[in-house]
Design a protein around this ligand. Sequence first.
Ligand SMILES: Nc1ncnc2c1ncn2[C@@H]1O[C@H](COP(=O)(O)OP(=O)(O)OP(=O)(O)O)[C@@H](O)[C@H]1O
Ligand SMILES: [Mg+2]
Length: 254
Amino acid sequence: MSSSAIEIAGVTKVYPGDNPVTALENIDLSIADGEFAALLGPSGCGKSTLLNLLAGFETVTSGKLQVYGAPVTAPGPQRAVVFQEAALFPWLNVWENVVFGPKVQGLAPEKYEAKARETLKLVGLENFAKHLPVQLSGGMRQRVGIARVLVMEPTLLLMDEPFGALDAQTRLTMQQLLLDVWEGLKKTVVFVTHDIDEAILLADTIYVMSARPGRIATRIPVEVPRPRNLDTLTDVHFNEMKKRIMHEMRADQH
Ligand SMILES: Nc1ncnc2c1ncn2[C@@H]1O[C@H](COP(=O)(O)OP(=O)(O)OP(=O)(O)O)[C@@H](O)[C@H]1O
Ligand SMILES: [Mg+2]
């Protein structure tokens, strides 16, 4: 966790138009290699905008934004994105969805098949390879979405409220799964959420954002030991962190 994965300095993002919107103003952010960072904040504070800048779907209006030392100018396979709804191809089965990326890159099957099998197992879907997305639950579809990006072996995982559309029980299962996967891979993750519990459970560091125009209000290291699991949600460190974050978020509104 020494070198830096993401360097953002003085970044402003204005969406142009008749009524221009300043979505982000003068953001500074430094995220270490291997860090699990959560962006936490109210609706409209610019979380998705920041993620889309990192993904290369949008460009900065001003300021510096670098991923592993290089400015981001376009989307790339090294920066994988998982959205709230897994964008699966409905006509392809689970296996075909997972191997789609490597195939498009022109890799030979022997280069990716073992990895794809391993990744499907990692997300617990090894027995569902032949199923179509429509035959899966929302949580399972989201697991395919995660497998699909992990198979590309990205250096940076960008997740925009990936469990936001799931019911509470499935969300807990997915949080546990992501904890397990992350403990094994220790990839740099930027995870957008407005759920304080989720941010504390998953992240090393929480960046609390404030709205209008969006900026980073506070950086909070999560002092809850790892490995974590769902029992963490009721442990004493967890409650202390939660109290502190709620306090900071409230203070920020004044
Ligand atoms: N493509 C766009 N064009 C114009 N304005 C936009 C665009 N995308 C976002 N905005 C505006 O920028 C601001 C930040 O939006 P953003 O989607 O980044 O917020 P968010 O924190 O992800 O919100 P939520 O929690 O609801 O997903 C909002 O005021 C929004 O209306
Ligand atoms: Mg959003």
